[in-house]
Structures are given as structure tokens and as C-alpha cells.
Design a protein around this ligand. Structure first.
Ligand SMILES: Nc1nc2c(ncn2[C@@H]2O[C@H](COP(=O)(O)OP(=O)(O)OP(=O)(O)O)[C@@H](O)[C@H]2O)c(=O)[nH]1
Ligand SMILES: [Mg+2]
Ligand SMILES: [Zn+2]
Length: 327
């Protein structure tokens, strides 16, 4: 077919009347009265759900097609909800998500990977040593949280191995809650932050996410793993995300597998700047359209460093996570 032929075909398509879509209620049944469960974990196409305290295993109904169902989703359940051994319920609908935490494999990866749904708190778990803390990682997870509209909480573990003062100092300007823990620590402060909320724990392998969950939920017995002496990294002990209910006064924590990287190709520069709340005010003096990159001659952020209002570390940390617009 000639080139012009292709073009005229396209135009013919343009003039075709839009396919009529029938109202949704006629397309499929109304499931709004079906009970709601929360997806706790997913294993080989089986969705383990909590339905009012009953543990129900479900499959995804065929009519949901490619609709994704992820840990933390609230789903309408149909079929056998007894939770008895060998019974299977069906997920017939997914309740609109309040939040979705996403990451990409790296900053060039076009595919967003939703991690969890409906979390309202993002607990950035960082070990003070073994594995050593990486501010770049903390910053990236922070940005993803702001992008998703999830409140951050910085949880510094292994305070028995190193002092938290440097990291606490570095993040103090951001005004986010910080809790410091170590084996046998009093968890009252952490518990009060988790109470009544759905919190997702994110961090490198080996930082102690599952150890924390075990301390918070008596008898839960999540597997924990050693940190490799040679690489200084965890061994990716947890392999899938799981949502677990906290004892009274309640709330949920979602333990996730350790992440190696946290790509942000789905995030815009404005979101990144908003995540660095203390920097936004220095950027008010920037020329119009300033990208705030190191190559901008008159960026207000560089000026703030020169004036001593902003530390070079903090600016460097912001520039590390800067992403291209509309990538
Ligand atoms: N010294 C010390 N060790 C800790 C602390 N918290 C956890 N650990 C140890 O760190 C290792 C890794 O802990 P995990 O809880 O398995 O880490 P994780 O973040 O769940 O790791 P992944 O599941 O691989 O992502 C285990 O050997 C824990 O006993 C702490 O506060 N101090
Ligand atoms: Mg774990
Ligand atoms: Zn600027």
C-alpha cells in the first residue's frame, strides 16, 4: 500500500461514528452490596483477603479481565466467604483506590509498577548501619510518597550499631516524623504513628522491616534474614508484600520485599520540588521556567547555598532525584 493510501485510511477512520457504549449497569451486574475484603497477599493468582476478620482465598472473576488487583486493594467478594479450607471466593470488583504507591525499575523504565493500594502512610525503613544508610534512596522513596499523596515517616533501625544523629539532622529541615529503633526498643512512639492507619514499609533488603513487623504483632513470626558479611546487603528474605493487622488500637502494616532501586520515571519535576518542601521557598526567586538543574545559571537554589540558607548536601540530594519532564 502506498504512503498516501495509509494516510487516507486513517482519515476514513476519523470520520467513523464513535462506537456506542452502553451504560455500565447493563454491561455488568451491580456488585455494590457485596461484602468488601482487603487483599493481604497474592500468591500465584490466589488472593488472600481479610473479610471482616475472616481469611478468605479468592480468584479474580473473569469479567475483571486485566484489571489489576494489588496488595491493599479493597475488593467486592462473591461466592463462598466461609474461609473454610479448600473454599474459593471470587473478586468481582475493585473499590476505587485512595492511593497507589508506584515505582519504576529505574529512571528510564516506562513501566510503572504499582506496589500497594490504599496506604496512607509510607514508612521509609533505613538501617543506620549494616546495610549503611543511603540518602539517595530515602529521597527517592520520599518523592514517590509525595507523588502518591502518602504521608512519610522515616524509621531508622539498628540504632544499637550506629548513631542516628547525622541522618536525623539531615532530615530535620523536611519536618517529617522520625522514629529511631533498635532491638528491644520501646515502640510506643512508632505504635502511636501507626495507630488506625494503613502503613507500608519500604526499604532496602536487610534493614529490618520484617523484624519490626514481628515486634509490632506478637506471634506473627515473619521470616527475617541475615545481612551478608561480604556484600553488606540483606538477602531478600521477604519475597512478596503482605498486609497485616495490628493489635488494638488497630491499623495495618504492609511488609514488602527489599527494593534495590526506586525508579521515578513517572514523577514530574514539580512533584520532586514539592517533596523537598524546604527547597520550594528558595525556588521562588528562580527565573521563569527554571529547571533547577546544576546547568541553570540563575537558579535560586544555588543562590540559597551561596547565602548559607541551604546546605550543599541538601541541594545535591534534590538534584540526584530530579527527573525529566514528561518522560
Ligand atoms: N543489630 C540489629 N540488627 C537488626 C535490627 N533490626 C533487624 N536486624 C537484623 O537485620 C537482619 C535483617 O532483618 P529483616 O527484618 O529480615 O530485614 P528486611 O528489611 O525484612 O529484609 P528483606 O525481607 O530482605 O527486605 C536480621 O538479621 C535482623 O535480625 C536492629 O535494630 N539491630
Ligand atoms: Mg523482610
Ligand atoms: Zn531554579
Amino acid at each position: 500500500m502506498s504512503r498516501t493510501g495509509v494516510f487516507s485510511d486513517d482519515h476514513a477512520g476519523f470520520d467513523r461514528p464513535a462506537r456506542r457504549t452502553r451504560p455500565r449497569t447493563k454491561d455488568r451486574p451491580d456488585y455494590s452490596s457485596k461484602p468488601i475484603g482487603r487483599v493481604m497477599t497474592i500468591d500465584r493468582g490466589r488472593y488472600r483477603c481479610d473479610a471482616d476478620g475472616v481469611r478468605v482465598t479468592a480468584t479474580k472473576a473473569r469479567q475483571l479481565g486485566r484489571t489489576s488487583v494489588i496488595v491493599g486493594d479493597r475488593v467486592r467478594l462473591d461466592g463462598d466467604l466461609s474461609g473454610d479450607d479448600g473454599t474459593l471466593a471470587r473478586i468481582v470488583d475493585v473499590v476505587e483506590r485512595t492511593t497507589v504507591l508506584r515505582r519504576t525499575a529505574d529512571d528510564d523504565d516506562p513501566y510503572e509498577r504499582p506496589i500497594v493500594a490504599n496506604a496512607d502512610q509510607l514508612v521509609i525503613v533505613t538501617a543506620l548501619a549494616d546495610p549503611p544508610p543511603r540518602m539517595g534512596m530515602i529521597d527517592r522513596i520520599l518523592v514517590a510518597g509525595y507523588d502518591a499523596g502518602i504521608d512519610p515517616l522515616l524509621c531508622l533501625t539498628k540504632a544499637d550499631l550506629a548513631s542516628p544523629s547525622d541522618l536525623v539532622g539531615a532530615y530535620a529541615p523536611l519536618d517529617i516524623p522520625i522514629v529511631v529503633v533498635q532491638p528491644g526498643a520501646d515502640l510506643t512512639d512508632l505504635r502511636s504513628h501507626l495507630q488506625g492507619r494503613v502503613s507500608v514499609l519500604i526499604g532496602h533488603s536487610g534493614v529490618g522491616k520484617s523484624t519490626l513487623v514481628n515486634a509490632l504483632i506478637p506471634g506473627i513470626d515473619r521470616a527475617t534474614g541475615d545481612v551478608n558479611d561480604v556484600t553488606g546487603r540483606g538477602r531478600h528474605t521477604s519475597t512478596s508484600a503482605i498486609a497485616l493487622e495490628l493489635p488494638p488500637p488497630g491499623g495495618w502494616v504492609i511488609d514488602t520485599p527489599g527494593v534495590r532501586s526506586f525508579g521515578l520515571s513517572h514523577v514530574t519535576p514539580a512533584t520532586v520540588l514539592a517533596a523537598f518542601g524546604d527547597l520550594a521557598r528558595y525556588a521562588q526567586g528562580c527565573p521563569r521556567g527554571c529547571t533547577h538543574r546544576a546547568t541553570e545559571p540563575e537558579c535560586g537554589l544555588d543562590q540559597a547555598v551561596l547565602d548559607g540558607r541551604l546546605t550543599p548536601d541538601r541541594l545535591a540530594s534534590f538534584r540526584r532525584v530530579q527527573v525529566e519532564e514528561n518522560r
